[in-house]
Design a protein around this ligand. Sequence first.
Ligand SMILES: [Zn+2]
Ligand SMILES: [Zn+2]
Length: 339
Amino acid sequence: MKKLFAVTIIFFLLIVSALAHDGVNRQDKGPFTLKKLTDDVYVLYGRGGNIGICVTPEGVVVIDDQFADLAPGIAAQIKTISDKPIKFLINTHHHFDHTGGNEFFIKMTTIVAHDNVRKHMLAAPQETIDNQTARIQRLEKQIAEAKDPQSKEVADMKGQIETAKKNVEAARAIKISEVPAPNITFSREMRIYVGGKEIQIFHAKRGHTDGDSIIYFPKEKVAHLGDLFVNRRMPFIDRAHGASTAEWVETLDAVLSRIDPASQVIPGHGDAGTVADLKAFRQYMVDLRAAVKQAIEAGRTREQAVKEIQLPQYSSHIGYAQGLAGNVGIVYDEMKEGK
Ligand SMILES: [Zn+2]
Ligand SMILES: [Zn+2]
């Protein structure tokens, strides 16, 4: 149990930046809100990535599972709509606000995801060791160069070093065989047939990460896009885990060409929406890329681009100012590096 807790903490640290796009903290509200989208498909809002639930006479299919501390509550919410077992749990991608409940649910169900979800989850402890070690070295250098060794800043940095050391220790204690990574993985597409329902799970190109899945219920006309779609808020672009905004647009085009135009679309964060909402998000990506491209062509530095680019048509989005600055920097790097 202690080790699982350590796993939780480590993954949590890893995706702190990913959490920035969560925007609204729904915990104050209790945290769950269950919304029926069709006769058999629901969306469960909580804290972290939105959960999709499909009820069938043979069992329940769940998409994403938020955080470890919420997992028993998620299971209780599912119980209110079906007493059948959970047949499958699908992870849209590896971020811990979407897979944090895996350690709870893996004991009772089979977890399905793209190959790279498993890869990233198994690599996470080593990533933590590397990141935190680099952080310790940076902080030690800053302390050595500090003018006043008695200052509050230096004391703060020493505290941060202690925390980072604890993180490294916890990461070293994790047994990779105990990481609750998906049991079944795929590279392009798979289909699950359960209780008379067809569930399409497919990966198009890179997007939010290099392991995103779209889950589509063709008869019910519901799609869950994970963080490939965030509704009226700023996306997080995880370049460290293979994100690409160029391919993200192509991925969304592949989704739009497959799903029924009348589909309901569950985003990773924000309220379930329509195909029009998804198209609006795609447009944000296109506008963001055009603005950065223009800045690069005008010879602006990364710093200047981050400071200057504004997309006022999106200023009402949750996390706009900080989110846009982050997005501009990442797209700038992507375009400069050509990948
Ligand atoms: Zn997320
Ligand atoms: Zn994410």
